[in-house]
Write a protein that binds this ligand. Structure first.
Ligand code: F0G
Length: 460
C-alpha cells in the first residue's frame, strides 16, 4: 500500500479574490474599535472568514455559465421550470415554492402551522426556526438524548431526535396541538452532527401513529447523506443522491436554506406533498416573497441553484468536503485543543471552557478565544456560549449555558488546505500565549440576539 496522499481539492481555481494581509497591531486596533465583537468588523480586515458556511460558497464555472442563461420573466420563467424539475426529482414532492432564503420558507410554513397553543418538536431547532415558531405564539421543544448532548461521547449519529422524549411531548400536549415534528439534518445547533436513516424512519412512524406532519429541515442534506453512506449499515452501495431521496421520501414537507448544500450565495426552498397546505403556503408566498414561479429569487439565482443541487451530490466533492472539515478537527485534536467529537460536516467546534479554563464563564472564554484568533491571525469565527445564549436570574447574575464553544465554520470550496494549515499555525501561537489571554466584560448589550451587536472591553 502506498502512503496516504494529501487530500487535494477536486477543483482548480479560475477566478481569485485577493485577500489583504494585515498585522496583529492593526487587527488589535480594528477589534478595539469593533468593541471586541467580530460581527462588527469589516470583511476587508479579515483574512480567513470562518464565521459561517451559509451563503459563502464558491460557485463553479457551470453555475456561473447558467447565470448567464437566467430567464427573468415574471411568470413561468424557463429558469423556474429548470429549478422546479430538479427539486421535484430530488424531493419527490409535487409542490415546490422558491423563497429568498431558508427563514422565509420557515416564516411561511410555521406561520400557517403555528399559533397560540401549538407545539413544535425537533432534534434541535435552529435559531431562526425557533424564532419563527415562537413569533407565532407557539412553543418549540428540542429532543436530544443526554448521550448526544455530551461533547465527549463518540457516537455515529449524534444529531438524532430522541423518539421517546418526542412521544412524551405528543402525549402531554395532545396530537392535535402538534404543529409538526422538524428533523434538522445535519443538526447544526448540536455541532453539525448527522441524523441516521433509521431515525428518520422512526420519526415517520411516530408521525403516522399520531397523525402529525413531518418536516425535514435539510439545508445540509447532502452532507448528512455522506455520513449515512459511511456509517450506517445497508447504505454502502447507494449513491449520496439516492440516500437523500430516501430520507426525503419519509417527510411531508422540506425546508431548505439553499445557501448551504445548494452551493449558492442566496436562495431557499419549501416543498410539500399536501395540495391544501401548498395552496395556503403559495398564497403567503405571493403576498410576501413574490409570484409562485420566482419567490424571492431572480431567474439567474434559480439557474445556479438547479446546478448546485445536482453538483453537491458529486462523490468527489462530498468526500473532499467532509474530509477537509475533518482535517481541521483532527489536527486541532492532535495539538491538544479540546474539540467536539466526532467532527461534524460543516464546522469544527472548540470547547473554550476547557481550553481557556483560566477564564471564568462570566468573562466569556469563547469570546476571548474568538478575539485572540482574530488578533493573532485575522481569523474570524463565532462564539456559541455565554455571549449567544447566556441569561440572567432575577438578581441579575449571569446564568451560563451548558457549553462555551467557538464555531469554525468552513465555507464550501473557498479555502485551500494551505489556508487551513495557516489556521492551525495560528492555533499554535494561541496555545503559546494562552495563559496571558484575558477575559472580557460586556459593556453594551441589546435586548435580543445580543451576540450580533454586543460590545466588550478586555479585562486588564
Ligand atoms: N435551518 C438551519 C439548520 C440553518 O443552519 C439555517 C441557517 C437556517 C435554517 C436558516 O436559513 O440563513 O437561509 O435563512 N444557518 C446559518 C448558519 C445562518 O450560520 O448556521 P437562512
Amino acid at each position: 500500500m502506498g502512503k496516504a496522499r494529501t487530500l487535494a481539492e477536486p477543483f482548480r481555481i479560475k477566478t481569485v479574490e485577493p485577500l489583504r494581509i494585515t498585522t496583529p497591531a492593526y487587527r488589535e486596533e480594528v477589534l478595539h474599535k469593533a468593541g471586541y465583537n467580530p460581527f462588527l468588523i469589516s470583511s476587508k480586515d479579515v483574512y480567513i472568514d470562518l464565521l459561517t458556511d451559509s451563503g459563502t460558497s464558491a460557485m463553479c464555472d457551470r453555475q456561473w455559465g447558467a447565470i448567464m442563461q437566467g430567464d427573468e420573466s415574471y411568470a413561468g420563467a424557463r429558469s423556474w421550470e429548470r429549478l422546479e424539475s430538479t427539486v421535484k426529482e430530488l424531493t419527490g414532492m409535487p409542490y415546490v415554492l422558491p423563497t429568498h432564503q431558508g427563514r422565509a420558507a420557515e416564516r411561511i410554513l410555521y406561520g400557517i402551522l403555528g399559533g397560540e397553543g401549538k407545539v413544535f418538536i425537533s432534534n434541535t431547532h435552529f435559531d431562526t426556526t425557533r424564532a419563527n415558531i415562537e413569533f407565532t405564539g407557539a412553543k418549540a421543544f428540542d429532543c436530544m438524548s443526554d448521550e448526544s448532548l455530551n461533547p465527549e461521547t463518540e457516537l455515529p449519529f449524534k444529531g438524532n431526535l430522541d423518539i421517546e422524549q418526542a412521544e412524551n411531548l405528543i402525549e402531554q400536549y395532545g396530537a392535535e396541538n402538534i404543529g409538526a415534528i422538524i428533523l434538522t439534518v445535519t443538526n447544526n445547533s448540536s455541532g453539525g452532527q448527522p441524523v441516521s436513516m433509521r431515525n428518520a424512519k422512526e420519526v415517520r412512524a411516530l408521525c403516522d401513529k399520531y397523525g402529525v406532519l413531518f418536516v425535514l429541515d435539510g439545508c445540509r442534506v447532502a452532507e448528512n447523506s455522506y455520513f449515512i453512506k459511511h456509517r450506517e449499515p445497508g447504505f454502502e452501495h447507494k449513491t449520496y443522491r439516492q440516500i437523500a431521496q430516501e430520507m426525503l421520501a419519509f417527510a411531508d414537507a422540506f425546508v431548505m436554506s439553499a445557501k448551504k448544500d445548494a452551493l449558492v450565495n442566496m436562495g431557499g426552498l419549501l416543498t410539500l406533498k399536501d395540495a391544501k397546505l401548498a395552496e395556503r403556503c403559495t398564497n403567503l408566498l405571493i403576498i410576501s416573497e413574490g409570484f409562485a414561479t420566482y419567490g424571492g429569487l431572480a431567474g439567474r439565482d434559480m439557474e445556479a441553484m438547479a446546478v448546485g443541487l445536482e453538483e453537491v451530490f458529486d462523490s468527489d466533492y462530498l468526500h473532499y468536503r467532509i474530509k477537509s472539515t475533518e482535517y481541521l478537527g483532527r489536527h486541532l485534536h492532535e495539538k491538544g485543543i479540546p474539540v467536539v467529537r466526532p467532527f461534524g460536516g460543516h464546522a469544527i467546534y472548540v470547547d473554550a471552557k476547557k481550553f481557556y479554563n483560566h477564564i471564568p464563564v462570566h468573562q466569556f472564554p469563547g469570546q476571548a478565544l474568538v478575539c485572540d484568533l482574530y488578533v493573532q491571525g485575522g481569523i474570524r469565527c463565532v462564539e456559541v456560549g455565554s455571549v449567544m445564549f447566556g441569561k440572567y436570574d432575577e438578581a441579575g447574575n449571569h446564568i451560563p449555558p451548558k457549553s462555551e464553544l467557538v464555531r469554525l465554520a468552513i465555507p464550501r470550496r473557498v479555502y485551500t488546505q494551505s489556508h487551513i494549515d495557516y489556521v492551525l499555525d495560528v492555533f499554535d501561537d494561541v496555545i503559546e500565549e494562552k495563559q496571558s489571554s484575558k477575559g472580557l466584560k460586556m459593556v453594551y448589550e441589546p435586548p435580543f440576539l445580543r451576540h450580533f451587536t454586543a460590545r466588550f472591553e478586555r479585562i486588564k
